[in-house]
Design a protein around this ligand. Sequence first.
Ligand code: HEC
Length: 173
Amino acid sequence: MNTTTRWFLILGAAVAVGLVGVCLVAICVIPGIVIPGLTGYPTGPGAGTFTSNGQRIYFTATSARGTPITASGGSAGMGMMGRLACATCHGADGRGGPVRMMMYSVDVPDIRHQTLTSEDPAGMEHAPYTDETIKQAITQGVEPNGQSLDPFMPRWSMSEQDLNDLLAFLKTL
Ligand code: HEC
């Protein structure tokens, strides 16, 4: 075997090892980032393109203004879900429903504006919301009657403008 042939063999082997590596990454890593139950929702920073800043906040918890949006509170196991956005729990359509997270299964409410503000919201034990009390629920985790929301609902910190954008988006659901 001359030197050239040997080099070709070494190069071939290196390429083969590289290809196997790429396949392993594709097989192991890519499915690993698909969280069961979340497929279909474009969540995560920068995911998808949005028609409004409110929609972007709803789906990614990031603002087109670049102003910070942070969540605090929430239950154990949430960290495992990566970055959370409203859509993660309340669904792409805002109608909520059961959400499974780790060992929990939580019934997440419908937060479409029309449902929250209606006089006789089906299955709700609190007074109808106003724009102001919806903002309080989002930022302080309180219902219109002053009762605390379940800690599973994060307490959100965002600029007043971002909050208004988000509220405007809830009105379109
Ligand atoms: C980790 C899951 C989770 C995320 C993320 C989340 N929520 Fe919630 N949210 C809940 C749960 C659970 C409740 C019900 C709490 C209760 O009934 O005490 C709730 C309640 C609410 C309520 C009050 C509804 C009512 O009927 O009283 C509003 C408004 C709300 N969420 C808005 C939002 C918005 C806006 C975002 C994004 C900025 C968001 N939530 C993100 C889980 C979540």
